[in-house]
Design a protein around this ligand. Sequence first.
Ligand SMILES: NC(=O)c1ccc[n+]([C@@H]2O[C@H](COP(=O)([O-])OP(=O)(O)OC[C@H]3O[C@@H](n4cnc5c(N)ncnc54)[C@H](O)[C@@H]3O)[C@@H](O)[C@H]2O)c1
Length: 285
Amino acid sequence: MEITKGTRVFITGAGSGIGRSTAIAAADLGARLFLTDINQIGLEQTVALISDKKGEVCMARDMDISQKDKVALFAQEIQKNFGPMDVVMNIAGIALFARIEDMTHEHWKKIIDVNLWGPIHVLESFVPEMIRAKKGHIVNVSSVAGLMGAPWHAAYSASKAGLIGLSEALRFDLKLHRIGITVICPGGVDTSLKNTVEIPGIDKDSPRFQKLKKMFSRHAISPDKVAKQILKAIRKNKFMIITSADVKFIYFCKHYLPPLYRIVMFRISGIMNSMGPKKDENHGV
Ligand SMILES: NC(=O)c1ccc[n+]([C@@H]2O[C@H](COP(=O)([O-])OP(=O)(O)OC[C@H]3O[C@@H](n4cnc5c(N)ncnc54)[C@H](O)[C@@H]3O)[C@@H](O)[C@H]2O)c1
């Protein structure tokens, strides 16, 4: 479907990174926006950036997507006043890099609550009205970690693979109702996620954290580039988008060159382990 003047677009995670870039790009096309983020200041900044360019934000609310009732209430208000959404984008997410022995139950729960339950709450709240309208498009931002179990990503990979699984199922279920779906699998994207990522056992001010951040940024693309890919995928009704060439290569190897895939992944695992918390630093926090 084409985002044009007046298209109603709902976006989570609009306060930063990919969500912000996508909101601005959709506003540039004339979309009427419904935005949310847990970070009120970030959300207000996005609204200001869009308003400065004469874009239209119909409603914006700071909200935690892992809280089902809050999501349902906001959706009700939006749909009562503006009708069904044309496009719903699940972009908000959090990251945690950790070995299983360094994780508590709370770590697992938080990642699944935000990255998997969050999008489910959004879909539960908006899809029934879209089905009644018999049109629309859904975007779920997963990750390369949803396509392959990257080292140190057990909880994150579980949440993002779950999002791919539900997107695959909905692709067939929602076709009947003329609703398209896109799942985005970014590799590294240069956003504030690299600052907010939790790595139990590694202090954020430590040289090791800074080194990991630098390594990450070397391979990262800009959120604006991902936003462009998202809008193109909606326009062309593409199901899956892998945003970077390096990830496409590893994904290709996983399917067609499994021995090479194993070598690459064990190499990455070795690098991660050499930079991670040493055994006696394991805090299990
Ligand atoms: N940056 C990357 O390298 C990368 C790679 C793969 C996938 N992703 C995915 O892309 C998406 C966007 O991330 P980003 O890179 O733009 O990071 P970001 O941190 O810049 O943006 C994520 C936004 O989600 C919001 N958020 C976090 N928890 C929330 C909650 N409980 N309720 C509502 N909003 C919440 C944050 O406040 C933030 O504004 C995420 O789902 C992330 O997992 C990012």
